[in-house]
Design a binder for this molecule. Sequence first.
Ligand code: CP
Ligand code: NVA
Length: 316
Amino acid sequence: MGQLSVKDLITIHDLTREDITKIFEKTTELKRLQKNNQPHTLLQGRTICTFYEKPSLRTRVSFEVAMVQLGGHAIYMKAIPGWKHADAHLKESDEDLARVLSRYVDAIVARTFSHDKIERLARFASIPVINALSDLTHPCQTLTDLYTMWEHKQKLQGLKVAYIGDGGNNMAHSTMLGCAKVGAHLTIAAPNNPRYHPNPKIMEWASEDAKENGGTINVTNDPKEAVKNADVIYTDVWISMGMEEEKEQRLRDFQGFQVNEELMQYAPEDAIVMHCLPRTPHEITDTVATGPQSVIYDQAENRLHVQKAILVLLMS
Ligand code: CP
Ligand code: NVA
């Protein structure tokens, strides 16, 4: 067991507030060391195995660079498109994959379609398993987002966050769980269709956590209302990985939910704009994404620092 209350990072709902504080304190320490070019090889001789059923730029590169900077090593495995058995991790059971990797490496980082697969790996591995995005949640991204909000707004408790777009995808879900855990007020603006609204289980967890921590979670179909008093405006793609066949329908359904110059007129001037990336021009205009209110590239950078903290705390 590492220094957190959990063996694995599967969802933010599983973490305590103290875990989140520890992750952020360690992030600040490691970020400072890296910025000052000071060594921080806290995981010397340690190895992680990372594998991906979907593409990745940020997650893959930041985890691999994190391990190099921490003095360890990352092995990369990916599914090979069109080949039924793909890479080693798809040709045997999740149970055996977890048992065998536990004999070689010190942690598993997995990006999967099915969230159950990550839960199964965690159950059968004796080493930490880190969710690097599933169809249900993306905790590494949201912990980074919360850290970035804190850097820019100096608080999380009571922060007003507006999430515009697909309220039923992995980013909406983990933003809900993250905001609930730190006592922020989240309003999701999504089309009036249950398909684009949060998964009921996630809603239940987030509502419990929000109540305990003094936050709130609301869903509306009015983006202008959502951004009106927002400190943070968050968006994500309308067509997540694996939803490509729904593209035309989704482009129609999400009309009016773009984060653009017009919507920004309704938001406070000091609201910051966030996006986990990759982005498309459908959900956010280039002007807003690269404009003065955007902190999108700080978010991308912070993936490295926050994940280093997660690795160190889970592995030592
Ligand atoms: N935000 C994020 O997880 O990006 P990648 O899909 O490139 O890893
Ligand atoms: N919702 C997006 C997030 C990408 C980081 C997807 O799953 O494709």
